[in-house]
Design a protein around this ligand. Structure first.
Ligand code: RM4
Ligand code: MN
Ligand code: MN
Length: 429
């Protein structure tokens, strides 16, 4: 195994912090037990919780206006994997990487798998890209891809998705996420129904190429880059398409892809109820964006999403969501943001696990509104950080992963050896 962060460094860092952590963990354990909850099962559940890192998230992102590269950031998928390994070494809840093609295209996938193996990483869902033109392409996606009026363009977009599945098979992926930018900027520009018909026809071909144990995730997005209409704009369109395609098609919820103030946790509950909750792209947003760090703006929403996930899991059925991050880091070191974000997602789960479900069910049945609310809010108010830190520590990670990362000097070292990143270009958002 390639050791990206020396074991001794993590141990040294932890040695200074373990006594305080044990005290805090015990204190929290006592407080939870007074509420009838046991801390250890929550910690054990967290130890098996994982969220995938997006390969595109470890490079610095940008806006339509500019990108400010970071010295030492990765410029190839091999380097990106190393940064993902750093995140995993310290945080211990991100053992997989979700790749994006053609951004992560290489000539030798055996070498790529070997690199991932040597770093202790596996690949998660593959993502296709028909929202940008590529140099060697016959057709342009300017006016759409899977829904384009021209059959030739659609065929090219379908072929790209089939290629992504073929690459994913080599990498050990079990799902493909399809997000398309197709839509229109002017009323009248697009035949709203015709575009959806063409989408279903194209997706049926992609669906037909799925290996038996694969899933197809349909990712909706309210708007951007199309600003008048987007073909797959919402969860309603998404679930209708997933139902039309078949059992292996499910919906992917990117938290930043909804109208402001939409009740995302209710959307999650609906999708789960119909066996169509495929997975998540976690991020946060304040306005219409989809790229801020998970839990940085609205941790309460993230908690309420996990509250519904726990309810859905208890109900059973077709429930196996894929958890992935999808963020863009413009002003922070992406490794630090991704460590923090994976922890924020895990914290939301830990809080949701500390809801007293029996009490909640009773208050709901008796219409005791205030106590039902207080039961949920009490869990949200719990500082679960000792549970997260203890889970990380027991898995071999760092009690304080950001401090350990800074102590490692990783980025400064990489700035000496890695190629300089591109400067002028605008970043992908
Ligand atoms: C989109 C969407 C997709 C991601 C691209 C880069 O907004 O979130 O998941 O692949 O951005
Ligand atoms: Mn996304
Ligand atoms: Mn997005």
């Amino acid at each position: 195994m390639e050791e990206v962060i020396p074991r001794e460094l993590i141990e040294e860092e932890n040695a200074d912090r373990i006594d305080a952590l044990e005290e805090e963990y015990e204190g929290l354990g006592r407080s939870l037990s007074r509420r009838g909850l046991r801390i250890d099962p929550i910690k054990e559940k967290l130890k098996s919780f994982a969220v995938a890192v997006p390969s595109w998230g470890v490079g610095t992102g940008g806006t339509r206006f500019a990108r400010f590269p970071l010295a030492g950031e990765p410029t190839s998928i091999f380097e990106k994997l190393e940064d993902c390994a750093v995140i995993q070494a310290l945080g211990r809840n991100t053992p997989t990487v979700s790749p994006h093609f053609p951004w992560d295209k290489v000539t030798d996938y055996a070498a790529l798998t070997e690199k991932a193996d040597s770093l202790g990483l596996k690949f998660d869902a593959v993502n296709s890209n028909t929202f940008q033109d590529q140099p060697d392409q016959a057709h342009s996606y300017k006016h759409g891809s899977l829904t384009h009026a021209d059959k030739g363009v659609r065929a090219q977009a379908i072929a790209h998705n089939l290629e992504c599945i073929a690459i994913g098979r080599k990498l050990g992926s079990k799902a493909i996420t399809v997000w398309i930018a197709d839509g229109s900027n002017f009323p009248g520009q697009s035949d709203l129904t015709g575009a959806l018909d063409r989408y279903l026809e194209s997706m049926a071909e992609i669906y037909a190429a799925l290996p038996a144990d694969w899933r197809l995730f349909i990712e909706h997005k309210l708007y951007e880059p199309a600003f008048y209409s987007t073909v797959i704009s919402d969860w309603g369109t998404s679930i209708l398409c997933a139902q039309a395609l078949g059992d292996k098609a499910q919906c992917l919820v990117d938290l930043g892809h909804h109208a402001p103030n939409v009740n995302i946790e209710q959307i999650v509950a609906r999708l789960a109820r119909f066996g169509k909750l495929g997975g998540f792209h976690f991020n946060d947003s304040k306005y219409g964006d989809d790229d801020l760090d998970s839990g940085s703006i609205n941790p309460h929403q993230l908690f309420l999403v996990f509250n519904e996930l726990i309810e859905a899991e208890r109900r059973g059925g077709n429930f196996d969501p894929a958890y992935m991050l999808d963020q863009s880091h413009n002003v922070t070191d992406p490794i630090e943001s991704l460590i923090n974000s994976a922890a924020a997602v895990a914290a939301a789960q830990a809080r949701a696990l500390s809801v007293d479900r029996a009490a909640l069910a009773e208050y709901q049945t008796k219409n005791d509104v205030l106590m039902a609310f207080n039961t949920v809010r009490r869990a949200y108010d719990t500082d679960v950080s000792p549970i997260l830190a203890m889970a990380r520590y027991e898995l071999g990670g760092a009690i304080d992963p950001i401090a350990a990362y800074r102590a490692s000097g990783w980025r400064a070292r990489k700035a000496q050896t890695r190629d300089a990143p591109a400067t002028a270009s605008a970043g992908i958002v």
